[in-house]
Design a protein around this ligand. Structure first.
Ligand code: DGY
Length: 329
């Protein structure tokens, strides 16, 4: 009897996905969804050729040195700032992620946060639930307009473009963006997107959406300086990673009424949320649920499984991050 490659599925997943994995691989699951300490992760990875990770498992050089059998790390996320990709590449370990399958769902969530922030939905509901709604009032909980306003997108990858489409085609928004590279004229034309400097984006946008991948190079890419450039009527939406914003600078700006509001799905110390943000009413807070619909989470889990099954049965994984490890075969 041939032995199957061994993998650790480090976080809970769908039973159907575990069943698929188990047809090809020897699977150790974690359906109780214990968040492994570093020591537990290392212990559970001994003798494993593959690992299926969420954002909470860091795969770096010391881990790779301690787990010499590991050949593939498959992240159930499009973001992979929990991977030291250079260290994995140097160790010949292939990294994979789950792009594309979550693009539209995550763009929906960006819009949900944008709408909720601009129109003060959370604040309005809390007001009503507290029993403070006694009469119709002309200036009650007035917010900012979304339709026809200027949408500034920082990070114009697949999700950024999906947000831009919603803004331009659904809400008649004027789309400006900043990105490492400019889109082609063919990509810009249907959404009339205009490439601007980062400074112009903060100065001109009525709603700024952060959707760029996190790396130390973009740590606190929005700090006091950027917020000071923004219109006092503007909103700031973050569906990328918490580390993109200096949360204390944002809390200061909200406390001083220097921004209309913020909508945040991701936090620097998540799942702990900066208490200064929790004190603010003009901020809509959600617990990193950007891609959280059942069909999309299932598609992400299946793609992560496809990557493991393909690679560990001698085929090319569909979505490698460091394809150079795979060679040209
Ligand atoms: C992603 O896919 O990167 C989401 O943020 C979930 O981690």
């Amino acid at each position: 009897m041939t032995t199957q490659p061994k993998i650790l599925v480090a976080r809970a997943t769908f039973d159907s996905v575990l069943a698929r994995l188990s047809e090809h691989l020897d699977v150790q699951a974690n359906q109780d969804d214990v968040i492994f300490s570093r020591e537990q992760l290392l212990a559970n990875l001994q003798g494993k050729q593959g690992v299926c990770t969420g954002g909470s498992e860091r795969i770096d050089a010391p881990l790779l040195a301690a787990c010499p059998d590991l050949k593939i790390a498959s992240n159930v996320a499009v973001g992979y700032n929990n991977f030291d990709v250079d260290a994995c590449t140097a160790a010949g370990v292939v990294c994979t992620n789950t792009p594309d399958v979550l693009t539209e769902t995550t763009a929906d969530m960006a819009f949900a946060l944008l709408m909720a922030t601009a129109r003060r939905v959370s604040e309005s509901e809390a007001f009503l639930r507290r029993g403070e709604w006694k009469k119709f009032k002309f200036d009650l909980l007035c917010g900012s307009d979304v339709h026809g306003s200027t949408l500034g997108i920082l990070g114009m990858g697949r999700i950024g473009q999906a947000i831009a489409r919603r803004g331009a085609l659904g809400f008649g928004m004027n789309v400006i963006y900043h990105n490492r590279s400019r889109l082609s004229a063919e990509q810009e034309a249907p959404i009339k997107a205009r490439y601007v400097s980062k400074q112009a984006l903060f100065e001109q946008a009525d709603h700024v959406v952060l959707v760029l991948p996190y790396s130390p190079a973009v740590h606190h890419t929005v700090g006091a300086g950027e917020i000071a450039l923004m219109k006092p009527t503007a909103t700031l939406i973050n569906i990328g990673r918490g580390g993109l914003i200096d949360e204390n600078a944002l809390a200061d700006a909200l406390a001083q009424g220097r921004l209309m509001g913020a909508g945040l799905d991701v936090f620097e110390g998540e799942p702990t949320v900066n208490p200064r943000l929790l004190e603010q009413t003009r901020v809509v807070l959600t617990p990193h649920v950007g891609s959280a619909t059942v069909p999309t989470r299932l598609a992400m889990a299946n793609l992560a499984a496809d990557n493991l099954i393909a690679f560990l049965t001698g085929k090319r994984p569909p979505t490698p991050i460091n394809p150079q490890v795979l060679g040209s075969a």
